[in-house]
Design a protein around this ligand. Sequence first.
Ligand SMILES: *[C@@H]1O[C@H](CO)[C@@H](O)[C@H](O)[C@H]1NC(C)=O
Ligand SMILES: *[C@@H]1O[C@H](CO)[C@@H](O)[C@H](O)[C@H]1NC(C)=O
Ligand SMILES: *[C@@H]1O[C@H](CO)[C@@H](O)[C@H](O)[C@H]1NC(C)=O
Length: 318
Amino acid sequence: MCRQVVVFAVFAASICGLPFPALCSADLNYKPIIGILAQENLDLEFDPHPQGSSYIPASYVKYLESAGARVIPIRINGTEEDYTKIFYQINGLLLPGGNVDLQKSQYSRVAKIFYELAIKANDALDYFPIWGTCQGFQQLTVLTSNKNLLTLTNSMAVALPLTFVPGAQNSRLFKSFPKDLLLSLSEENITSNFHIWSLSVQNYTRNSKLKRFYKVLTTNTDGKKEFISTMEAYRYPFYAVQWHPEKSPFEWINKPGMIHSISSIRASFYTASFFVSEAMKSQHHFLTPEEEEKALIYNFIPVFKGLNSIFIQYYYFD
Ligand SMILES: *[C@@H]1O[C@H](CO)[C@@H](O)[C@H](O)[C@H]1NC(C)=O
Ligand SMILES: *[C@@H]1O[C@H](CO)[C@@H](O)[C@H](O)[C@H]1NC(C)=O
Ligand SMILES: *[C@@H]1O[C@H](CO)[C@@H](O)[C@H](O)[C@H]1NC(C)=O
């Protein structure tokens, strides 16, 4: 989608010095701000001592910060009007993993508002990327198909190598990864899987909305069912991973499936760097520095939950 415009812009600029259209890589926003969506804190097994009714795992914040973005938390108590205002202040959205209902939760309500705004914006050449991790991946499949097509798989706490679909190395997401890293991703057990629900290749293939919208980049299997582990939308800057790139560098629970090898940490960084580079194509911004300052995650203090917590630090919200 951007390529033609980039070619045009470079051509136009080199010929007559015209300003670049907003979505082009030649005019990057080097101060991107990405919203991370909070979610309800309902499950006491998941978080036995919550200190707020909603939360964001701090690992997602560090993950984006390490690749050059700043973060604002998107809380789940707002109105559609609140979120529309936030949408035009931020340069991308990350839907994190977790444990809420994909059709009835506040997380799903807010994700839907942003998803629809992002579709409209991108259609109008206002570039706005979305990244979904684990539950975020699953949420995107529900938003696109308007159905929950997920199936149970045996994929909790296991590290897997990615099975690349032919040509996936040339996808937008993977094409700038170093070759040796792609090799590591395809051969080593370095992607952390912590999910029981998956989008099977079968259900994806049978659902024309999903099939038309997303290009499958990698798959995995639990031994019985083949499921999609990485995908990107054909016509929108939307990306989804069923695995957890943010865990390797930033989460420390002692469990199978947790990997801290050098290649796993490089894989984490390259996914974050890719998404942040997408956010740099967005020109949305806060109208005043005061509003920006008030919205940033630095206004909140993460809580250390101990080495046995699924998330080592949480940002809590009332
Ligand atoms: C949610 O609640 C908090 C605290 O009461 C408030 O500061 C915030 O503006 C509310 N709305 C949104 C959209 O975050
Ligand atoms: C396909 O989706 C349905 C829900 O509509 C689910 O019950 C079923 O398990 C899924 N089958 C596979 C093979 O993914
Ligand atoms: C490594 O990945 C393979 C799938 O390619 C899987 O069968 C195996 O259980 C994984 N090993 C570990 C230690 O996670």
